[in-house]
Design a protein around this ligand. Structure first.
Ligand code: 0PR
Length: 385
């Protein structure tokens, strides 16, 4: 650290220089996070000093967190449930599986090494979580439509199974598992069903209202015990804003740690000190946009996705799968090389090598038709090199 401090103007300039080197959103086609809503950013900044780890001081901020959880539970069809705001999808998924493991233990069902049934395309956050929690994945290959097959889930549930994970919007292919078929299969088997809707949680409810043919994935499906939903992805709040929601009013309290300080309330998230600014930002965006605002954004998102798909097809590209959400995956023999060439020209895309090489393009809120018009010729040149 410096001995004597630098003037604020110097510090500002240096930070501004580094930030200016970040890739601007209008060249980003790989990110599920996007430019946060300006009202969320403004309110997050007003709450920069808040810490939800101490709710005796930040009691107003805590009320906002409770209200956000209520709004999200309502969106997910379960006003009577419980939940908490966390740092993102990884922490939410971790808490869900911790609660699943501990409630299996409480019911005397924790015999041997606990297992979790997941699809072969489940998000890599679970690889971290299995290691941390000592859980063994039972990996079910996805079917031809890249989804977790319900009949195979039924077959793989065994005496050591504590949870099944379904995904409502995979970040890799934008595919929504048939939660409406998996739920009934898991219900009654004394196994926790967790739905990872980190990516799809702020898309699917509105897309369904707009008539898109997507499966129901929320608490209205019998058997769903918990849901991850991330405001910092398609919810337009700024990072780090995630949420874990449970069906039961007491479930969020199953992972509860009492602090040894007198009167400091119980923590039921992994982080102790945690940003009230995330809760405030999420609250501002949800209240300001409302369902109508999110539906309009979702409509635009699907229109831009279709515009991109039409442009890709007109240029002779073949899609790997018909997009269900706003993620477009293109079959491409040399996708990795094309991605590197695009990056050298300022464009960020991603690739997958799981089923042969594919180029993955994410249409978030910052992707416009004009951006697509700029991108497609650059892609064509890169493909021909
Ligand atoms: N579950 C799903 C379905 C996800 O899509 C993600 C993140 C997670 C869990 C983990 O969430 P956190 O990253 O909030 O802990 N999916 C994005 C992805 O893998 C993360 C991301 C976002 C990556 C923006 C890059 C980026 O620029 O694509």
């Amino acid at each position: 650290m410096r001995t004597s401090g630098a003037p604020a103007s110097d510090v500002r300039r240096r930070i501004a220089t580094e930030l200016a080197d970040d890739v601007p959103w209008n060249r980003v086609l790989n990110s599920i996070c996007t430019e946060p809503h300006p009202l969320g950013v403004e309110m997050a900044s007003a709450a920069a000093h808040t810490n939800l780890g101490d709710v005796r001081i930040f009691r107003g901020t805590k009320r906002i967190e409770r209200e956000v959880v209520r709004l999200l539970l309502d969106l997910m069809g379960n006003p009577g449930g419980s939940g908490g705001l966390v740092s993102g999808g990884t922490e939410a998924n971790l808490i869900a599986l911790l609660v699943a493991r501990e409630s299996a233990r409480a019911r005397g069902r924790l015999t041997g090494r606990p297992e979790v049934v997941v699809s072969s395309t489940v998000h890599f956050s679970f690889t971290k979580i299995f290691g941390l929690l000592g859980l063994t994945p039972v990996v079910v290959p996805v079917d031809v439509s890249l989804r977790l097959p319900a009949d195979e889930v039924a077959r793989r549930i065994g005496e050591h199974t504590v949870a099944v994970v379904a995904t409502a919007g995979s970040s890799e292919f934008g595919v929504v598992d048939a939660v409406d078929e998996i739920g009934p299969v898991v219900a009654g088997r004394d196994v926790h069903l967790h739905v990872d809707a980190a990516t799809g949680g702020f898309i699917i409810p509105f897309a369904r209202e707009l008539g898109h043919d997507l499966p129901q994935f929320d608490f209205s499906v019998d058997g769903v015990d918990s849901i991850t939903i991330d405001p910092h992805k398609y919810g337009l709040a700024n990072v780090p804003a995630g949420a874990i929601l449970f069906r039961g009013a007491q479930d969020a309290g199953r992972f509860a740690v009492d602090s040894f300080f007198i009167d400091t309330p119980v923590h039921n998230t992994l982080l102790g000190t945690r940003p009230g600014s995330a809760a405030v930002s999420t609250y501002a965006v949800l209240e300001h946009l409302g369902r109508d605002g999110f539906r309009d954004l979702t409509r635009t998102n699907y229109e831009v996705t279709q515009y991109l798909v039409d442009g890709l097809r007109a240029a002779g590209h073949e899609l790997f799968t018909e997009p269900q959400l706003n993620i477009v995956v293109v079959r491409m023999a040399h996708a990795v090389r094309v991605s590197q060439l695009l990056e050298s020209r300022g464009w960020i895309v991603s690739t997958s090598k799981r089923f042969g090489e594919t180029l993955r393009l994410v249409v978030t809120r910052h992707v416009t038709p004009e951006m697509v018009d700029e991108f497609l010729p650059v892609l064509e040149r890169a493909c021909k090199e």
